[in-house]
Ligand binder design. Structure first.
Ligand code: GLN
Length: 359
């Protein structure tokens, strides 16, 4: 069955449908990881986006029961060069197309993803529509132009927990403020023995402090961080009262709470081999990235310092507070997908909790 992908700049790509039938719109972004499509599809940070995989073959190792980052697919649509309907892997329980069908998400294959990626790289991320129903290119382009931008959508409230829940552990109690948390982040904290209380992002500072946490983790999540003014004020009230760590959206919200600004990157960082440099040691780490926004270094207040930068484009990739127990990373120390070379960041967080015991 034929499917079309139309972009707001008027470009239309024709391909074959796989996965669910239907029509979806979203911000079209390219992701450069060669593996890890299951983690990408289920990462709540991708809510609102149509993902183009630059690696030309998808589906060859199927879908398994262990690699989900959430209980459902969050990307709105998937674009690939070639879909493999015959997966071969001992863990595979279904095909990529079946997985997309189950979750009602359309895929389109047979697209010249190299040409598409070059266009996104030149023009920046764009709104787009995938359809298996409306095969009129002009009408689809018009729909792409009418679609809301990512910044106009309230995506965080779509993906988060409605009520708090606890994951038991023998170690320090950590409150995770859920903006769309990935399972891999919770896993990293659980492996270090933490007792986790995952709370909705609408929780107030008093509600969070009433849980007597030894630390608070601000999670990853979808959309434009500058929309989250309530969470920004909550983080401001928590700063200095409890050790804090932010990852990706959590990092951006924390920066905003300290008066910094965020801005939209042209086409974002979505991949698993992004080099970042630790400015304190000069050491370089290969890290997993998934962000379309970044903190403006010119807007940082004097009490915040940049701890990591991207070696690809100089983007701020980490922050540290000079006096208060707070640090954050824009990249993903948990991998999922991607290398866990920077998983020691979670150890740093636990050290920060220990340092602050009894304060
Ligand atoms: N993975 C994330 O938390 C992404 C943060 C934010 N939505 C961005 O695109 O920059």
């Amino acid at each position: 069955m034929r499917a079309l992908l139309a972009l707001e700049d008027g470009t239309v790509f024709s391909g074959r449908a796989f996965g669910a039938r239907g029509e979806v719109w979203g911000e079209v972004v390219f992701a450069t990881a060669m593996t890890g499509y299951q983690e990408v599809l289920t990462d709540p940070s991708y809510c609102g986006q149509i993902v183009v995989l630059t690696y030309p073959l998808a589906g060859n190792y199927g879908i398994n029961l262990e690699d989900n980052e959430a209980g459902r697919v969050w990307v709105r649509g998937l674009v690939v060069r070639e879909y493999c309907p015959t997966p071969s892997n001992w863990r595979s329980t279904c095909t990529l197309a079946e997985f997309l069908q189950t979750h009602g998400v359309p895929g389109i294959e047979g697209v010249d993803t190299r040409a598409l990626t070059r266009r996104l790289r030149e023009h920046g991320s764009m709104r787009g529509v995938i359809s298996t129903e409306d095969l009129d290119p002009e009408s689809l382009v018009a729909k792409a132009r009418l679609a809301p931008s990512l910044s106009e959508e309230d995506l965080v409230s779509e993906v988060v927990t409605r009520s708090a829940y606890t994951i038991p552990g023998e170690g320090p109690r950590v409150v995770v403020v859920d903006f769309g948390v990935k399972q891999s982040i919770l896993r990293q904290l659980r492996e270090r023995g933490c007792e986790l209380v995952v709370v909705p992002p609408t929780s107030s500072a008093q509600e969070i402090l009433a849980l007597a946490p030894q630390g608070v983790l601000l999670s990853n999540g979808p959309g434009d961080p500058s929309r989250l003014t309530g969470a920004r004020d909550t983080v401001k009230a928590l700063l200095g009262r409890v050790p804090l760590m932010g990852i990706c959206l959590g990092h951006q919200v924390a920066a905003l709470s300290l008066g910094a600004r965020t801005f939209k990157l042209k086409f974002g960082h979505h991949g698993i081999n992004h080099p970042v440099k630790d400015l304190a040691t000069g050491r370089v780490f290969i890290t997993s990235h998934n962000h379309g926004f970044a903190v403006d270094p010119a807007s940082l207040p004097p009490e915040l310092e940049v701890s990591y930068i991207s070696l690809n484009d100089g983007t701020v990739e980490g922050l540290r507070h000079k006096f208060l127990p707070f640090f954050s990373v824009q990249f993903h120390p948990e991998g999922g997908p991607g290398p866990q070379d920077a998983a020691f960041i979670f150890d740093r967080f636990l050290e920060l909790l220990q340092e602050n015991v009894g304060r």
